[in-house]
Structures are given as structure tokens and as C-alpha cells.
Design a protein around this ligand. Sequence first.
Ligand SMILES: NC(=O)c1ccc[n+]([C@@H]2O[C@H](COP(=O)([O-])OP(=O)(O)OC[C@H]3O[C@@H](n4cnc5c(N)ncnc54)[C@H](O)[C@@H]3O)[C@@H](O)[C@H]2O)c1
Length: 348
Amino acid sequence: MAVRIGFAGTGGIAGAHLANLVRIPEAEVVALYDVERERCDLAMRRLNGQQEQLVRPGGTEPRKLQAKVYTDFRKMLAEAGLHAVYVCVPPFAHGELEFAAIDAEVALFVEKPVALSIDLASQVAEAIQRKGLVSSSGYQTRYSEATDRARELLAGKTVAMALGFYLGGLPGTPWWRVQAQSGGQLVEQATHTVDLMRYLVGDIARVYSAGALRALKEVPNVDIFDVASTTIHFASGAIGNVANTSILGSGTASGAPAGVHILAHDLRLEVWGTTLKITSPGKTEEHRWTGNAMMAQDQAFVEAVARRDPGRVRSPYADAAKTLAVTLSAEESARTGRVVDVPKVPKP
Ligand SMILES: NC(=O)c1ccc[n+]([C@@H]2O[C@H](COP(=O)([O-])OP(=O)(O)OC[C@H]3O[C@@H](n4cnc5c(N)ncnc54)[C@H](O)[C@@H]3O)[C@@H](O)[C@H]2O)c1
């Protein structure tokens, strides 16, 4: 079955998904919508330009994107005969798009963070569940071979501690540095680290966080914390910490710890992207894989929709909402100075 796909939001990350989907024979991107129409045209031109550059085995034509551009999302849902929608809008723009797609009974791929409020994410998760729709979110680190191997190595082990690091620079997208629009670095970006910790260690019960704006005060429009540190209590009893910063641009983060480090008795795993480092007494091994985790994630979603098999998705919307509940609780803790119990999502 060809899976007919539409997009809401056609900026940076949409371009990455489009480049994957055009290589998945079962996927057919037929419709694009963005509040700025020209972003749709640009995304299509860019992708087709890249496809033109491909080496063509046996002189075959590369697959091109021939989607209809819409300036009205509900019209797209009504007309385009979609099976699925990718929602690739900035964090502040979630809500109406998801509810409209759920009304139209299409499967949903919602980029992380799935919202900026636990109530909204809870309502969307419940509505998806009521209609029995396939859903996915954009936590691609769950699909890497390094993560698979780490899970195998941790099976049956008692994890004692998890340390997470997201140490980098300030992204260029203008909404990213505005707290009300992105939710801040932990909610928007280091959420990948928190999500991978949840996938490897389990649910998080309680957080205590400190955050500050120290080095980027003079940068126009920045009102997010540029450094933060979050102490984590896992439901299992393990403890953890996530350190994140956006002050290390221009290569100054190179060589700094990255990803998630898991500690069990006489075992240390460092996992991020395509790399896994395993340290045990007297032995350190480093493994690198070449797989594309985001491609695997898009493939799994398309297959889940085509075969009506939600089990292929490793990060359904409701689970992504749990990661959001952790990061928003940490933000609340940093602002109030209190330990925060992570609320259950969907709310009981
Ligand atoms: N999974 C990943 O690794 C990853 C990487 C980058 C970005 N993202 C996520 O993807 C989301 C988008 O990021 P981006 O870098 O593509 O941003 P972007 O600014 O490049 O693109 C966002 C697009 O959404 C459009 N838009 C805004 N409001 C809209 C609305 N109400 N309806 C329709 N379109 C709307 C904008 O015009 C823009 O074209 C963010 O939540 C970000 O965290 C995920």
C-alpha cells in the first residue's frame, strides 16, 4: 500500500524527513502546508535539486517530490486523501494542527518536543488513543544500533546511575532562544538526552534542577537558561543528572562528554548517535555503526501506518509526552527551586 503523506511545517527538520521519505518506496509525500507558503516551494526545490545530483544506476530517473502546496491545513486534510501527517512546526505551534489531523483520522508523526504544556500533550495523547491512530515522535536516537546494543548489554543489570550531556552552541532558528517559543534548551534539544535515558533506564519520578543565563546575556532576544543541571530520580531507584549548555559554539564543545553514560556495577556504557563505548574492568571497546537512525525511524513509521502495526514505532506520541513531562518539570524546578514530582501523562 502506498502511504499518502502530508506535511505541516516545511523548515529544517521537514527537509531531513522529506529526503528520507523520497527514498522509501512505500511512502508518497503528496501535500505540503506551511504558514509561509514559500517554505513549501523552497523545501520541494531543495529536495528535487539534491535528487538531481544523485548517481543514477542504469540511467534511471531519480524520484522527485511532486506535492501539492496548501495554504490551509484543514483544506489539505479534506482534499489530499492522506494516511499520515508529519507535524514539523516549532514547539509553540502545536495543538490545533494535531487536533485537526486526529479529527481527520490520519496517523501522526509529531516532532519533539510535542508541545510546551503537559495538559496539551495529555489531551492530544488521549485523543490519539481514543481514535486508535498510529503515532510517532522525533526521538530518532531510539533507532540507532548503538542504542540497541546498549539495551542488550543492560538487560538484567541493575543500573545505578545515568549521566547525560548536551553541550553545544546556540542554533540559528530565531524562535529557539525565546523561552515562550521553544521552552528552553532542555525542553527543546536536550530532550533527546532525557528521552534516551528513559529508553535505557526507565521512567523518571522526580527532578531537581538549577538553570542560569550566564554567557549569552548580551545576545539579542536570548531569555532561555544557557546553562542547566538537572538531578534525576528514576522510578527504579537509580539516580542521574543531565548537564546542558548552549554557550559552546565554534568548536569549543569538541571533545566534551556527549550523550548518555550509564553506570552499573563494574560497567560503564557511553551511548550517543552511532557510537557506543563499553568500559569494564581492564577493557574498553568502542563501536561505531553507519546506520541512519532518522531513516530507520521514518521507515518504521511508514511501515506501522501501512501495516496498521503501531508496535514498529519506538517513540509513540504518548511516550514522547512522558519525556516532555520530565523536561517541563525540570524547568519548573529550576524556576521555583523546588523538587518536582513528574506528573503522569496522560493525566489520570
Ligand atoms: N528530531 C530532531 O533531531 C530534530 C532536529 C531539528 C529540529 N527538530 C524539531 O522540529 C521542529 C521544527 O524545527 P525546525 O528546525 O524545522 O524549525 P524551522 O524554523 O526551520 O521550521 C519550522 C517551520 O514551521 C513553520 N510553521 C510555524 N508555525 C506554523 C504553523 N502554525 N503551521 C504550519 N507551519 C508553521 C515555519 O514557517 C517553518 O517553515 C522543532 O520542534 C524542533 O525541535 C527535531
